[in-house]
Design a protein around this ligand. Structure first.
Ligand code: HEC
Length: 141
């Protein structure tokens, strides 16, 4: 192999790599797993003190599934800032029941929610307040 032939081979290999890399880069957006992305966009209101303490409990106990600001997480759990969970459809007792007993999957394709241990009644009430304040700020009454 003389020098110019070798250069040609290197050039072809380099172009092939660029083509493959470019192809992967261009297509990555479509084929990328959506898992872990928020499901809805949530406007954050000025929270009451109780709701802020609920937010802390939510971040520790719920956000790994329901996402930051209860916006849901693709592949994991639904947004609680959602019409389905408005007070007239899922009253506060539905929240207490979800935390204490878990939820059998029925509205979404994410599987069951296991019970969440270690929360006091007050912490659950504050979480509910937090979710309700988020809901109201996003037009869900
Ligand atoms: C391991 C993941 C996970 C965690 C942690 C979790 N949830 Fe859930 N939750 C889910 C899933 C999945 C659903 C949807 C079930 C369905 O298909 O309707 C759900 C549903 C709910 C519902 C709806 C109940 C109903 O009657 O339909 C409420 C309310 C709720 N979660 C509140 C909470 C709160 C509050 C916390 C934290 C204390 C929490 N969740 C933590 C996964 C989770």
């Amino acid at each position: 192999m003389n020098l110019s032939e070798r250069n040609k081979v290197i050039l072809i290999v380099a172009l092939a790599l660029i083509a493959v890399g470019g192809y992967l880069w261009l297509t990555s957006d479509e084929s990328e797993n959506q898992s872990g992305r928020p499901i809805v966009i949530v406007d954050i209101p000025e929270l009451s003190i109780a709701a802020r303490s609920g937010e802390q409990a939510f971040v520790k106990n719920c956000a790994s599934c329901h996402g930051n600001n209860a916006a849901g997480l693709e592949g994991r759990a639904p947004p609680l800032v959602h019409r389905i969970y408005e007070p007239s459809h899922h009253g506060d007792m539905a929240f207490v029941g979800a935390v204490r007993n878990g939820v059998r999957a029925h509205h979404w394709p994410f599987g069951n929610m296991p019970p969440v241990d270690g929360l006091t009644d007050t912490e659950i009430q504050n979480i509910i307040l937090y979710v309700r304040e988020l809901q109201r700020a996003n037009g869900i009454y």
